[in-house]
Design a protein around this ligand. Structure first.
Ligand code: AKG
Length: 265
């Protein structure tokens, strides 16, 4: 794959620390975008990993039979390991380490891909990523969100609440539609009038801290909106007592009741 080195200025790093997010015009080379789109489409067309809970609709009940509103592939690099050699992955790792203040060799990286079909589907409601994660630890994590298409407010670009990553802990969340069979979470502790939108061209990226409140609208345009997200984490701090995240147990209970045997990620 193709090479492009990206570095951050001191002001960009300070912006991320103060605001909890940052947008950059370019994180990968033009010729790589086409390759990543092909991999993306292949994984979604094949519903890759569905039986293991690695492909599902984030905005509808697990296993629903209808058209996907907000489909997601988890761990694309488990299926296509060469993604780890991509320019995007290499830059995301280097910049993620810089922004988290962690040496690159101490970072762990996970990934997922989210599709917003053209003129169809759902918003990704306001949430903090940490609400999905292990309640026994405090994370030092951020997500890198690479746009493979033109991302605008109308197609579903990222929107953030500046400074929201400084919240004392993760806010109360609930499942979309209050249905614990829907994996997607939403928090009501947000004032959307403070949102900052980050439109991007293909190859551009945003970074957000694991506690930054963020949202994307439904795709109202005639073109698909594809995003490849890498989650970079430094060493986590153990909590003395687990954080209160009852929505996670609600989901496990609902899956068990419905006889759906998938790992919850
Ligand atoms: O792509 C989206 O619609 C949402 C992405 C998101 O919530 C994330 O990367 O944490």
């Amino acid at each position: 794959m193709h090479s492009l080195n990206v570095t951050l200025t001191r002001n960009q790093i300070a912006d991320f620390v103060n605001l909890g997010f940052l947008a950059i015009d370019r994180i990968t080379a033009n010729d790589e975008i086409g390759q990543l789109r092909e991999i993306f489409d292949r994984l979604f067309d094949a519903r890759t990993g569905e039986s293991r809970g690695l492909f599902y609709d984030l905005a509808a009940p697990r296993g629903h039979a209808g058209r996907n509103l907000l489909p997601q592939v988890l761990g694309p690099d488990l299926h296509v390991p060469e993604l780890r050699e991509s320019t995007y992955y290499r830059n995301a790792r280097a910049l993620g380490a810089t922004l988290l203040g962690v040496p690159e060799d101490e970072l762990t990286i996970g990934g997922h891909m989210i599709m917003k079909p053209a003129r169809y589907g759902a918003e990704t409601p306001w949430h903090q990523d940490e609400a999905y994660w292990d309640p026994n630890v405090v994370m030092n994590s951020l997500s890198v969100w690479l746009s493979l298409d033109e991302a605008t407010v109308e197609s579903g670009c990222m929107q953030f609440i500046p400074g929201s990553h400084q919240s004392e802990d993760v806010h109360e969340h609930r499942h979309i539609d209050d249905d614990p069979l829907i994996h997607g979470l939403v928090t009501d502790h947000v004032d959307p009038t403070h949102a900052v939108s980050c439109p991007l061209s293909p190859g551009g990226a945003t970074f957000h801290h694991s506690r930054t409140l963020h949202h994307t609208g439904a795709n109202r345009t005639p073109a698909v909106r594809r995003a490849y997200i890498l989650v970079c984490s430094g060493p986590a701090d153990e909590r003395d007592t687990p954080a209160h995240r009852p929505w996670q147990q609600d989901e496990r209970n609902a899956l068990a009741r419905a006889g759906i045997d998938v790992q919850v990620f």
